[in-house]
Design a protein around this ligand. Sequence first.
Ligand SMILES: NC(=O)C1=CN([C@@H]2O[C@H](COP(=O)(O)OP(=O)(O)OC[C@H]3O[C@@H](n4cnc5c(N)ncnc54)[C@H](O)[C@@H]3O)[C@@H](O)[C@H]2O)C=CC1
Ligand SMILES: O=C(O)CCC(=O)C(=O)O
Length: 525
Amino acid sequence: MPKVLISDKMDPLAAQIFRNRGVEVDEITGKTPEELMAIIGKYDGLAIRSSTKVTKEILEAATNLKVVGRAGIGVDNVDIPAASAKGVVVMNTPFGNSITTAEHAIALMFALARQLPEADASTQAGKWEKNRFMGVELTAKTLGLIGAGNIGSIVADRALGLRMKVVAYDPFLTPERALEMGVEKVELDQLLARADFITLHTPLTDQTRNILSAENLAKTKKGVRIINCARGGLIDEAALKKGLESGHVAGAALDVFAVEPAKEHPLFGTPNFISTPHLGASTTEAQVNVAIQIAEQMADYLTTGGITNALNVPSLSAEEAPRLKPYMALAEKLGSLVGQLAHGGIARVSIHSEGAAAELNQKPIVSAVLAGFLRVHSDTVNMVNAPFLAKERGMEVREIRTEREGDYHSLIRVSVKTGAGERSVAGTLFGDAAPRLVELFGVKVEADLAGDMLYIVNEDAPGFIGRLGTALGEAGVNIGTFHLGRQSAGGEAVLLLSVDDPVGPDLVAAVRALPGVKTVMALKF
Ligand SMILES: NC(=O)C1=CN([C@@H]2O[C@H](COP(=O)(O)OP(=O)(O)OC[C@H]3O[C@@H](n4cnc5c(N)ncnc54)[C@H](O)[C@@H]3O)[C@@H](O)[C@H]2O)C=CC1
Ligand SMILES: O=C(O)CCC(=O)C(=O)O
């Protein structure tokens, strides 16, 4: 039974769903990285929010880990390249908390406009400072939206409802989408110069880090108010403090900080500064949404192989997974076969699907071929890290589909190009479920690729099979199945034998010494 660790506070529905889906679950929150490293080895899945940092070191210690599930959107607390290299799927819930986070940004905008936290503190302190708290209206003001994705577009919608004008800076926003959203697409400098309020809704990337730098803050309109419910590193916090102190920035509300938890911060106590402790996603509704979604997604992956909302591997729905599974098994076996037989550097791998196989999602099939192929040299390869490793090794990967059927209802052909030329193997599914090899380097041969096998190329001549049987018998190796293919009588013959015991180097040498033998290799599936 797969085992999942929930390491950040999550709605109890997550644990309940895991259990209902046959996944064992432990909820252990508040661990230090060292404590987490000590226990992570026994888990297949790790469910997190933003507190747990899934570093390279944690991933190194996570010897059984297959999936990291982020109950939320931002995955900057997960080292995705390290997870991919280890073959760990990273998934998130891209929509479950968007409305809630957008509402928090709007709440902070109102709080800034009317100085609500200060007014509340003053009133409860018995001061009744009616003249101190003069606010501004939002109506007719310009809201500058940096990042117009899921959350940004909900913020824009709510702001338009408040009769604000919305200008948006997002390099990936198309003019059509801007029109549909009712916002004006602008360049960053225009936004900085025009906005009365600026709200940030981008992920933290190398391009967005410090997007509100000292230089850009200096370009903003005097009296601007800034809201950040996205990620801390987007604003130069020291420059923001200077802006607030000089009065250039009339107010700032941060839900997120460059370093969290921010229990002490130079901005604390600065006039017109409001903060919340990364509460953007903290509503009952959002937490129920993300807990249900992440538990369902992780349970799907661990129990059926279905992949939804993964950031480092193509999606594979729970409906698709059962249909694809036998094809993936076939693809992996074919990849393994060419991986074991091919010699020298591989410049290119081509995966050609025909008939029924061509109608399916090709990405998992391609990943399975590469996993089978690369696993010959490393047993830490899986479907997730195989494409990544193939790229790292400079292998070109080609994907070809032909929807019409050839001799078979479905066929997957794997060709590899080495310095010695291009060679291919092909296989099909018998009864839509059983993977079978049907062609090996141009020779028709039908075999089930399983267990220990012996691959022999020999001159097709009488008496060979008897001599081979004797050699194997003398070595105490029992033949399970025997598959023979040849291009023409008296030409070259290909033999694939499944044997009940592993074939050692001595036996390989003995078979190689038989008259007419050209190639012998022990294979394992
Ligand atoms: N405070 C909180 O609790 C929460 C914070 N978040 C944060 O909000 C961020 C945004 O979430 P979503 O809207 O769902 O993401 P999204 O991926 O739907 O939208 C992000 C937008 O940023 C844009 N973008 C990327 N690079 C940009 C750049 N250099 N300049 C301007 N725009 C750029 C993208 O084109 C995209 O439209 C997340 O990455 C996450 O970090 C999300 C949920 C809760
Ligand atoms: O889980 C949380 O409270 C934070 C949510 C968040 O930052 C995100 O979803 O990106």
